[in-house]
Design a protein around this ligand. Structure first.
Ligand SMILES: Cc1ncc(COP(=O)(O)O)c(C=O)c1O
Length: 488
């Protein structure tokens, strides 16, 4: 086991870092260079691990050796791919001796911008390891919409995850990574005809549907598609509820299945999404019971379903909650479905949320006016001033998660301060007054040029950022903190 870890570390190479991200990120190129000692190449790694297994093969049964050998081959192929991704993205090593604040501080001079992201790809790898440990029987199809940057996509591709795409563009982006079309689910129940044609052209067969007109469209433009019926579960235990927009009511499933059969369309399974930001494991229990009843309905129509798609909604940061979700899913899927039924999921924030930290500078500051409209400071009851701070990124940019994702980003000071916290409001840089990041919060007094940082900014942030007022989304600098990859 530790051999792999050693080999992985040993296969370190000079890392270059070039981010070419989708949409707004396509024009941003970061070049930060770090060097690591080149002890062995990735190719050598494969040979070495294979040798070890060959030696061991003399001692045990053929079957277990074959299995072991293929696991080792899989692991070393993942490590090789990760090594390549690190090269492509110019990922720099992040030593455990360096704190987050020290790392961010080291970038201040190098970054010509007033805001930037640091992405730690080890965080994504660790989430993958946790997934495999808790849900080994559930194949993750990463929800690209959550964070479509090249960094996240390439790391997940190297790890062997599949992908949930919602549009032609997302499908194209994922195919361009070299992903086989069988590793994509087109998981938007309402698809554009042009995108359906594109999916057919590229053999992206698996797709969700939840209504009659979608069936008619698919019959006409992609009759060989493999369909997954999206049902509407109880989504009351999630922050973002999708039930009013997507998913067929359980009472209408039978009719839809029958229609699909009459159209000679192939329905392979059932999907649901408990809603994004789910906070109650029982939501998965109830949804899986619904899926089972649709499987039974399908049988009465002479159809055999063999796929369950449990959607997204998984928390990234709360291990206790994730443990509860995964316990529920493991037990329920085992109880309800035969072992040959494929279980897949569409996690988004689970992989992306914790991987990015956003650093932002104070670009302007105002002592808030008294009612007489003069510019001198107002004193609060405990005799403190109040300030407005204007930051280099706001709700039209990375902080759109406040509007769209119910996020409440917590500001952290990059430089510790001994000053007493004072009441303040944090605004974004645009001319719009709704551009507010945090209202009536408490921070020790800041001056222009000071930096704040915000953790857990990887999900639904840059994915939907605009360049309103000409403020372009911040660049991303990639790092890899220390990680044990022996169980990949
Ligand atoms: C169809 C579908 N799958 C997966 C996801 C990802 O959800 P999450 O980020 O909560 O895991 C979403 C989010 O909107 C979605 O709409």
């Amino acid at each position: 086991m530790y051999l792999h870890w050693f080999l992985y570390k040993a296969s370190g190479i000079t890392y270059f870092f070039t981010s070419s991200l989708t949409s707004y990120y396509s024009n941003i190129t970061n070049t930060i260079i770090i060097t690591m000692s080149t002890k062995r190449s990735a190719d050598e790694t494969t040979d070495a691990t294979t040798d070890v297994v060959d030696q061991q093969q003399t001692n045990g049964s053929d079957d277990s050796h074959k299995k072991q050998k293929s696991e080792v081959a899989r692991t070393s192929s993942k490590l090789e791919k990760l090594a390549q991704v690190k090269k492509d993205l110019d990922v720099k090593e992040w030593s455990s001796n360096v704190t987050l604040e020290e790392l961010l501080t080291s970038l201040l001079d190098k970054s010509e911008r007033d805001a930037f992201f640091v992405a730690d790809i080890a965080t994504i790898i660790k989430q993958y390891q946790k997934w495999i440990k808790h849900l080994p029987h559930v194949t993750p199809y990463y929800a690209v919409k959550c964070n479509p940057t090249q960094g996240v996509l390439k790391v997940l591709e190297a790890l062997g995850t599949s992908f949930d795409c919602a549009s032609r563009n997302e499908i194209e982006t994922v195919l361009n990574l070299g992903v086989d079309p069988s590793r994509i689910i087109y998981a938007n129940p309402c698809k554009q005809i042009s995108a359906l044609k594109f999916a057919r052209l590229h053999n992206v067969k698996m797709m969700t549907f939840d209504n009659v007109s979608e069936l008619e469209k698919i019959e006409k433009f992609f009759p060989e598609a493999e369909l997954v019926l999206r049902i509407a579960p109880d989504d009351s235990k999630s922050l973002m509820r999708f039930g009013t927009k997507f998913g067929v009511h359980i009472d209408d499933c039978s009719d839809l299945l029958e229609m699909a059969k009459e159209m000679n369309l192939k329905v392979v399974g059932v999907s649901f999404h408990v809603g994004s930001g789910c906070f109650d494991a029982s939501a998965y229990d109830a949804a899986l019971e619904m899926v089972k009843s649709v499987f039974d309905m399908a049988k009465t129509h002479g159809m055999t379903l063999n796929l369950v798609d449990i959607g997204g909604g998984f928390t990234g940061s709360d291990d206790v909650m994730f443990g509860k979700f995964t316990d529920a899913i493991r037990n329920k899927t085992k109880e309800l479905f035969a072992p040959d039924v494929r279980i897949i999921a569409e996690p988004g924030r689970y992989f992306a949320a914790m991987s990015h930290v956003l650093a932002v500078t104070v670009i302007s500051k105002r002592i808030i006016k008294q009612e007489d409209n003069r510019q001198h400071p107002r004193r609060t009851s405990n005799n403190l001033r109040q300030y407005n701070y204007y930051l280099a990124d706001g709700v039209y940019g990375s902080f759109n998660n406040i509007q769209f994702d119910h996020a409440k980003p917590t500001p952290c000071l990059l430089k510790p301060s001994h000053k007493q916290p004072t009441p303040c409001t944090l605004f974004g840089p645009t001319c719009d007054s709704i551009d507010v990041i945090a209202r009536d919060t408490q921070i020790p007094e800041l001056k222009i040029g000071d930096w704040l940082y915000f953790k857990d900014m990887g999900a639904y942030t840059m994915a939907s950022a605009s360049s309103f007022n000409g403020f372009v989304p911040p660049p991303i600098y990639y790092y890899c903190s220390e990680i044990d990859t022996s169980d990949l």
